[in-house]
Design a binder for this molecule. Sequence first.
Ligand code: PLP
Length: 365
Amino acid sequence: MQEPVPRPGILDIAAYVPGKETAPGVAKVYKLSSNETPLGPSPKAIDAFRGAAGHLELYPDGQATELREAIASVHGLNTANLICGNGSDELLGLLCHVYLSPGDEGIITEHGFLVYKIQIKGAGATPVVVKEKDCTVDVDAILAAVTAKTKIVFIANPGNPTGTYVPVSEIRRLHQNLPPHVLLVLDAAYAEYVRRNDYEAGIELVSSNRNVVMTRTFSKVYGLAALRVGWLYGPLAVIDALNRMRGPFNLNAPAIAAASAAIRDQGFVGKAVEHNLTWISTVTEELEKLGLKVTPSVANFVLIHFPEVDGKRADEADAFLTSRGYILRAVKGYGFANSLRMTIGSEEANRGVIAALTEFMGAQQ
Ligand SMILES: *Cc1c(COP(=O)(O)O)cnc(C)c1O
């Protein structure tokens, strides 16, 4: 029998599996699997969301003007160089569909965000995976993988699930050595959390070049993951091409209103960043005391590596933590067979995970 057949490549895609949300039979669950903020969104964002409820019969502003103006004013950018997306995921997908053809190659890194691979394949192109070094993006490995077919390079900086970052000098060196027709995508989903002098999200590099874009999200420090809002800063020619391809009303009105209020409330962001800085160092130190290896992270999560010892492996830790209501993220799909990623949560959640892992690591097998 004849039936509709997807384009070549589509059925090779392994669908994205989000972080677990539940722990069956456990009364209180702490979801630390998706890098959501324990502080929630700014109260001003919630007010704006409620305000939008009075006008649900109206189409949203297809240009998300209010939001692009808010982003432009907070970051000192030109609104014409901004496009908003239904999560930065949508923008990552649009980039692939606009810039990749079948036969083209897109470079991604060993432990890179899985959405890149999915979208490259979705565009009929070929993902080329390059090694990382010490869980960190390796600029030389990327440059060595560039061929005449390369059209796009994706880097998450900081990386997910590693939490490591590449200093701006290395990002510049990468860019200088890429052919000018290759688009460099800097995914800075966790930029707000980074407190390092040698880190830059990419604004400067985008401003002075025609082949670099930076993506950002409201899903992490802004606490608006449910609303699906991301943005991209890029050269006018890239913005123009993406605007032709996107859905005409890709952001909904409550999302535009809430995100606009959220980004204007930088005081709230500061509190979320402070909470994270305090707890990421405590969690890292306490887990290291237990003999666990933790990759140094500048984001809002840590990657925890478990011993290659029966009874102490990541799978077993995952089951133990889940039975206590602590839901972490298994990261096998990212090339870490014996590790778990833990989002920094509330004080109660963080202390709970430390206590549970103390028990897990101490238990006799
Ligand atoms: C969470 C995350 C995003 C954000 O995705 P949204 O679609 O904006 O929710 C993008 N890139 C990376 C690496 C992430 O971890």
